[in-house]
Structure formats: C-alpha cells, structure tokens
Design a protein around this ligand. Structure first.
Ligand code: SF4
Length: 214
C-alpha cells in the first residue's frame, strides 16, 4: 500500500469511527473562532471554552476588541496561560481587521497569516471551518499520529501540511484533521497509545513495528 492509498484508508477508517468531525472550540462567528484558536495555544479547548463566554459577552466586534483596555482583556483570559501575549495579539489583530479588512475576517490562508498572532494552524482552521475551503490543520495530534502511521518522520508543521495536501482528497482534509484530534485524545495517546483498540492498527507503521507483524 503506498502513502496515497494509506491516506485514503485512514480517511475511511476515521470517518467510520468518528462520524461527527467537529471542532471542540465553541464559537458563533469567524472572529470568535479566530480569537478562541489564539487562546488555545498551549491551553486546552475545554479551558478556552470556559473563558470565552464572558470575553465574547464583553467584546463583540473588532472595534470592541481593538479599543479594549489590554489589562481588562488579560484579566478575562488569564487562566488560558501566556495571557499577556495573547491579549496583546488579540487587540492588535482586531486593530488590523478594523483598519485593513473593513472589520471582516479574511478568507484566505495568505491573508490570515498576516494578522498578528495568527499562524498556519489557525488560518487553516478558519478557512476550513468557516469558509468551507480545503484545510489541513497540523496540531500536536496530527503531527504525532501521521508520524506513527508512517507518513513522515518530521515535526515540521509546514512540511506535514504540504505532504497531507498531496495525500488527502481536498474535500476530506479538514474533517480528517478534526478526527485526528478526537483519535489522539481517545486512543492514540502521546505516551501510551491504545493500539489494541485502534481502528487504524492495520495500516499503522508504529503498530507493525511494535507487534512484529510482517
Ligand atoms: Fe496510534 Fe497505535 Fe492506532 Fe497507530 S495503532 S494510530 S500508534 S493507537
């Protein structure tokens, strides 16, 4: 089985295992997803979802955020960690949205990554989940699982994104990445993967290498 066939098989197996491919961050508009994703860096989605209701109640538009008192934003997001940097990025990002994008969230990865604090992971999430475009969100689960499956042996997110764009059907890539997160949390644990109950063990290099299969 070559890598392209293996990728198609992985898409099929994960789809069967996790019919619901949803982002676990709670949001109601593009700006909220952009901000929630920024808050999720080195923090759990669960924690972010505890913080954002009050934040989004207080500030609703790029104008609101860009005019905010940074210390007040810091206070609201304090439990997410790295809160000073995150608060600064959010306020600066909203000022750029207000001044250069007519207060709208852009719909391309190229434009999104120009915003303060927005990297390729966030940009992919937004174009995939909000604008329905092909996206490959490379996070820690994606890096770990695609490496174990045997697609690569790098931690370079840009290289992995490029590789997965070549291997995955564009219309399936966004949901595939959401399902990797679900699988990483439920089964393919970083320290102790539960290979004996994994739906992808038949195509997994890590499993083959650790179970003496031929
Ligand atoms: Fe992860 Fe094991 Fe499944 Fe491979 S077989 S994807 S290492 S849980």
């Amino acid at each position: 089985m070559n890598n392209k066939e293996k990728a198609l098989k992985a898409v099929e197996l994960l789809e069967k295992e996790y019919p619901e491919a949803i982002c676990s961050l709670v949001y109601t508009d593009p700006l909220q997803l952009l901000i929630a994703t920024r808050l999720a860096a080195q923090c759990t989605d669960k924690r972010v979802n505890m913080v954002t209701p009050a934040l989004f109640e207080r500030y609703k538009t790029p104008e609101d955020f860009s005019g905010a008192d940074i210390s007040e934003v810091e206070e609201l997001i304090k439990t997410c960690g790295l809160y000073k940097t995150k608060a600064r990025d959010i306020v600066n990002m909203c000022a750029v949205l207000r001044d250069e994008y007519n207060s709208r969230v852009p719909d391309t990865i190229e434009e999104l990554i120009k915003l303060p604090g927005v990297g390729r992971k966030t940009a992919n999430l937004v174009v995939g989940d909000i604008f329905g475009k092909p996206a490959v969100v490379v996070d820690t689960h994606c890096i770990r699982i695609t490496s174990r499956l045997g697609f690569h042996s790098t931690k370079d997110a840009v290289k992995i994104e490029r590789l997965l764009r070549e291997l995955l059907p564009p219309e399936a890539s966004n949901d595939f990445c959401h399902r990797l997160v679900l699988h990483g949390r439920a089964v393919c644990d970083a320290r102790k993967p539960k290979c004996d109950i994994c739906c992808m063990s038949s195509i997994c290099s890590y499993y083959t290498d650790n179970n003496g299969a031929t």
